[in-house]
Design a protein around this ligand. Structure first.
Ligand code: C2E
Ligand code: CA
Ligand code: CA
Ligand code: CA
Length: 279
């Protein structure tokens, strides 16, 4: 029994060791990922109106690791947030995305905007304001061409500071979106004080929209709330026509999800844009 216990302990220990070794390896590799050009940005369309025009795109970070292949952002972003690398990664993607949006404008799609995710770690730092300003200036992009997505839960971490940060961006003319709305327990009183333009309904509610009465009720309530506060509302994770139908009936007119397009690399996205603009 003793021996067995020893073995199972050692097994457990080895498993733990492997998990942390992998984490350390990812962390080290991530430090060099930008200069080794292993990171790239995927763009996913957000469409609106009856014709389903592409009105904006969300920039999503991708990591093509030399031995592990594609590593999902859900795996490496938490690591980057813990060791602070997210600040550098965030500034990098901001510059890349602003330059890309400028190209869309130059193609004649001059109403487009690019939406960039901002981590709670970045959002807590005043230097974010200067780096956004610089990214816009260097790209020659008007401020409204950039939308910042901040999750509801990072806004609620320190809501008073969040209000001040949001105001600074609002004064710059940047568009602001609350990401993953419905999951972060913000009080409606705060929603009133956050000077945002857009609410993105979390995909967990959209997923259950057609089969779960409660998810359907939550989605409907968010849409009514957003519209009565004159905010735009985007449904995330839209995968089927039946979801689109329910969302339209409820009054939502902006959609993002696999049904309309998966995230794709910049060049492919530009092809999609020029093909669609012919119609
Ligand atoms: P998010 O900001 O909520 O982004 C939406 C996620 O949903 C993306 O996953 C996207 O690929 C996925 N998605 C879009 N449409 C559908 C759909 O119809 N069905 C399903 N099942 N999924 C859909 P992705 O790219 O793996 O990113 C995951 C999360 O990683 C993001 O969630 C965001 O929190 C974070 N992330 C990604 N890029 C960045 C970045 O540049 N900076 C920061 N701070 N976070 C990022
Ligand atoms: Ca997002
Ligand atoms: Ca989201
Ligand atoms: Ca989510």
């Amino acid at each position: 029994a003793k021996r067995q216990g020893g073995n199972s302990f050692r097994f457990y220990d080895r498993g733990m060791h492997r998990a942390s070794a992998e984490r350390v390896a990812l962390e080290n590799d991530l430090r060099f990922a930008i200069e080794r050009k292993e990171l790239w940005v995927a763009y996913q369309p957000c469409v609106g109106g009856r014709e389903g025009h592409v009105v904006s795109a969300e920039a999503l970070l991708r990591w093509n690791h030399p031995t592990l292949g594609s590593v999902a952002p859900d795996r490496f972003i938490p690591i980057a947030e813990e060791n602070g690398l997210i600040v550098e990664l965030g500034e990098w993607i901001m510059r890349v995305a602003c330059n890309e949006c400028r190209r869309w404008h130059d193609m004649g799609r001059n109403g487009m905007c690019v939406s960039v995710n901002v981590s709670a770690v970045q959002f807590g730092q005043p230097r974010l304001i200067e780096s956004v300003r610089r990214a816009l200036d260097d790209a020659g992009l008007p401020a409204w061409g950039l939308q910042l997505e901040i999750t509801e839960s990072s806004l609620m971490k320190d809501a008073e500071t969040a209000v001040a940060m949001l105001r600074a961006f609002k004064n710059m003319g940047v568009r602001l979106a609350i990401d993953d709305f419905g999951t972060g327990y913000s009080s409606l009183a705060y929603l009133k004080r956050f000077p945002v333009d857009v609410i993105k309904i979390d995909q967990s509610f959209v997923r259950g929209l057609c089969d779960d009465e409660e998810d359907a009720a939550i989605v409907r309530a968010i849409i009514v709330l957003a519209r009565s506060m004159r905010l735009e509302v985007i449904a995330e994770g839209v995968e089927s026509l039946s979801q689109v139908d329910v969302l339209r009936t409820d009054g939502c007119e902006l959609f993002q999800g696999y049904f309309f397009g998966r995230p794709v690399e910049a060049e492919r996205f530009r092809q999609v844009l020029s093909a669609r603009s012919l119609s």
